[in-house]
Design a protein around this ligand. Structure first.
Ligand code: URP
Ligand code: ZN
Ligand code: ZN
Length: 456
């Protein structure tokens, strides 16, 4: 199969230029102006930007919380992902207590069988002991070079000492651990305070997890990494104060990778007071204008490494489990389809970042850290043909009704966005045309190499 994309502007982290892109048998064969070659399909990309396929570093599909399971599984979640220009998701395979990492990995491979975009797995671990350590080398052999640990959630929480030990152990093998940074004891104490006041609706959620709860967790992780000498990856960073801790640690020589999410540069804490405030209950919670400004500034200055969605969706009926108690609202929201258009609208259009930085944040750096570069994350001869044709002049309004994810709500409902993903090539085949998914279930497993620690 040969595809020729003509007349577009190829955007890479290093610059942009008008050029055609020739794809042959799943690989980028040539990028140059005025390519004249026989092709099975010619796509006119006049007026559009051509990006390397976007990589979502943070999704939770088919995640079983015990009390309920996420609304999106791989089938629905990856359909939403691919029409939004995400050609690979890195989902969190989750080793629940009493389970092995091997079990979790096998389970996630099964869950992902009907995927419409490519997929890899981070391994989220709820236990850290000799038995789990004995499995780590096999994870690398199976293409899993990144892990996650939580400072919170009763079912997943590990200790600081375990994070320290795991960081050393995994770094020696070329991996990295993402950590959910919040101070668990303090937020539990604040939950007790709000409950004692009878404050049980979703507006209590951000009060229990204010900026300092995250910043303390980030500061602690930074010190743990300073002691372990390992790289640290801060997942879903949401605050100015947390970013300041990352900056301070980098000044001390700590190797830190920072991920933020679209919700933390677009939405506001005041939204918990809306009638459907439960749909915004996620951890960390939505923040304030100063946090959004700091994160956008961090993106501009190259301090934020990549943007994942933390897509972890629940229907309003599931969210209603916490109607009388906000702590029972399942945490998380839908976002996997809307990342590129939100970043373009809220970060590129107002001039916070350039298109080149968008390429870096949505694709290239994730591909590097997570061991996929240069097959993925960059448009160059020899790379995998995962390609996004993005129309910067399109305008639309986000709604769960038109999104392909399975849940009946979106935190971005009603937001008008500029720029839209028009066409997507996945593994050398056009799978999205004019915003419509024309070839579902073409996703393949992405075997990942050890991390490219570009901040070392
Ligand atoms: O509220 C969230 N973010 N749910 C998903 C799990 C996590 O903490 O990443
Ligand atoms: Zn988390
Ligand atoms: Zn998450």
């Amino acid at each position: 199969m040969v595809i020729l994309i003509k007349n577009g502007t190829v955007v890479r982290s290093t610059g942009r230029r008008r050029a055609d892109v020739l794809i042959r048998d799943g690989i980028i064969a040539r990028i140059a102006p005025g390519i004249d070659a026989a092709a099975d399909r010619v796509i006119d990309a006049e007026g559009c930007c051509i990006f390397a396929g976007f990589i979502d570093t943070h999704t939770h599909f088919d995640l079983d919380l015990g009390v309920t399971v996420t609304a999106d599984n791989f089938e629905t979640g990856t359909k939403a992902a691919i029409v939004g220009g995400t050609t690979a998701v890195l989902d969190f395979a989750t080793q629940d207590r009493g389970m092995t990492m091997h079990d979790a990995l096998d389970l996630w491979h099964k869950k992902a069988e009907k995927s419409s975009c490519n997929y890899g797995f981070h391994m989220a671990v709820s236990e850290w002991n000799d038995a789990r350590k004995a499995e780590v080398d096999d994870m690398f052999r199976a293409g899993v070079s990144s892990f996650k640990m939580y400072m919170v959630y009763d079912a997943m929480k590990v200790t600081d000492g375990q994070i320290y030990d795991a960081q050393k152990f995994i770094a020696e093998r070329g991996g990295v651990i993402g950590v959910h940074c919040e101070n668990c004891d303090v937020l539990q104490a604040r939950i007790a305070e709000e409950k004692a006041k009878g404050h049980l609706d979703p507006t209590a959620h951000p009060i229990t997890r204010p900026q300092a709860v995250e910043a303390e967790g980030v500061a602690r992780l930074m010190r743990i990494a300073e002691l372990s000498g390992a790289p640290a990856w801060v997942v879903h960073l949401s605050t100015a104060d947390g970013l300041n801790e990352v900056r301070a640690a980098r000044k001390r020589g700590v190797e830190v990778y920072a991920e933020t999410c679209p919700q933390y540069i677009t939405l506001d804490v005041s939204q918990y007071a809306e009638p459907d405030g439960a749909k915004y209950v996620m951890s960390p919670p939505l923040r304030e204008a100063r946090d959004r400004a700091a994160l956008l500034n961090g993106m501009q200055r190259g301090e934020i490494d990549f943007i994942g969605t933390d897509h972890c969706s629940f229907t309003m009926a599931q969210k209603a489990m916490g109607r009388d108690d906000f702590t029972k609202i399942p945490n998380g929201g839908a976002g996997v389809q809307n990342r590129a258009e939100l970043v373009y609208t809220f970060a590129v259009c107002p001039g916070h970042i350039t298109l080149e930085q968008m390429a870096l944040l949505l694709s290239e750096r994730a591909a590097k850290l997570f061991g996929m570069y240069p097959k993925k994350g960059v448009l160059r001869t020899g790379s995998d043909a995962d390609v996004v044709i993005f129309d910067p002049n399109a305008k639309r309004t986000i709604s769960w009704k038109t999104n392909l994810h399975a849940c009946d709500n979106s935190p971005y409902e009603g937001i008008e966005v500029r720029g839209s993903v028009r066409d997507v090539i996945l593994n050398g085949e056009q799978v999205v045309e004019n915003g419509r998914l024309i070839a579902p279930y073409r996703g393949q497993y992405v075997f990942r190499n050890p991390c490219e620690r570009y901040r070392k």
